[in-house]
Design a binder for this molecule. Sequence first.
Ligand code: PMP
Length: 380
Amino acid sequence: MPRAPFDWIDAESERRERAGLVRTLRPRAAGQDLLDLASNDYLGLTRHPAVTAGAAEAARRWGAGATGSRLVTGTTELHAELERELAEFCGFEAALVFSSGYAANLAALTALGPHGSLIVSDAGNHASIVDGCRLARARTEVVPHADPEAVRKALDAHGGPGLVVSDSVFSVDGDAAPLAQLAAVCREFGAALVVDDAHGLGVLGEGGRGALHAAGLAGAGDTVATVTLSKSLGSQGGAVLGPARVVRHLVNAARTFIFDTGLAPAAVGGALAALRLLRTEPELADRARAVAAELHARITAAGHLAVRPDAAVVSVRAPSPEAAVAWAADCRAAGLVVGCFRPPSVPDSISRIRLTARADLTERQIDMAVGAILRTAPTV
Ligand code: PMP
């Protein structure tokens, strides 16, 4: 009797269960009165009336879907407008919008890391970068986290064309990459620098122009940024920003651009409205960072371990995966939603609860959040 095709899943599920690593979906109920410190809505814009109106108007004007891939029918004037404004805001020559930040990373790495080249990737990089490296024809070398000297050695040993890729702000601990040093190493070897600014756009740099703008690297001929429209911009989608010739190359060579349906007009309209709010309300970025700093200060003052946040992500260490799950569940019972990070999503096997600061949190809400986190904490 041959084994049924999915029998192996049962063994894997049991192993996951034993390790306390089972994940389940929990649909959000509309109108549920929970304080959210788990989403990526860093500037609190996803429900901003101007953003929802931008999304609704775009859907009414252009339709619920993009109708086709970008090179066929899926590029509206609104897509072109978003690309122009996004590039200008962040200080790059050109931008190209994708259906997600994930797709943008796959595009940048596969199209800019050709056969014979070397991609040097930080060990803490996001899964979409890891997958982009896997799909690229280049060889990938993973280097220790935030270690420009290791990057230098890898490029030196390779000798040929290179591309260095890093998150600007790492999803797990919320720490920032040493961008200035990475750029200096890249220039020494004529390598390209690709930075995933998913957590930096809207939070870092003048008025939220991003980590590369803050580091004086935006618009450089050898530097490319990838972003998501789903965090600070409160919408959905992603983009690659860089020199015009890089963007023209992606239009012709990036498979996640060519073979994917264009981003839905509502997402484009929402992101565009949010981007315009960032221009008129530059203090939003400062506020998100200040809220993160306050959360970090108050939680570490109580004896918990957390890396000082460079942007809006605050991760607090938990003693075990089970403790992290229980901590997050107890917070929820106290009316607070926090993220829970545990293996295999964390490269160092350290479980954490993860808080994301939001620019629109009031002092009362911050008090409530800190109170719930400390009350439900495992003993330290
Ligand atoms: N890069 C990083 C660092 C991210 O945190 C995320 C989102 N979790 C992505 C890329 C993917 O972006 P998107 O959700 O738009 O696909």
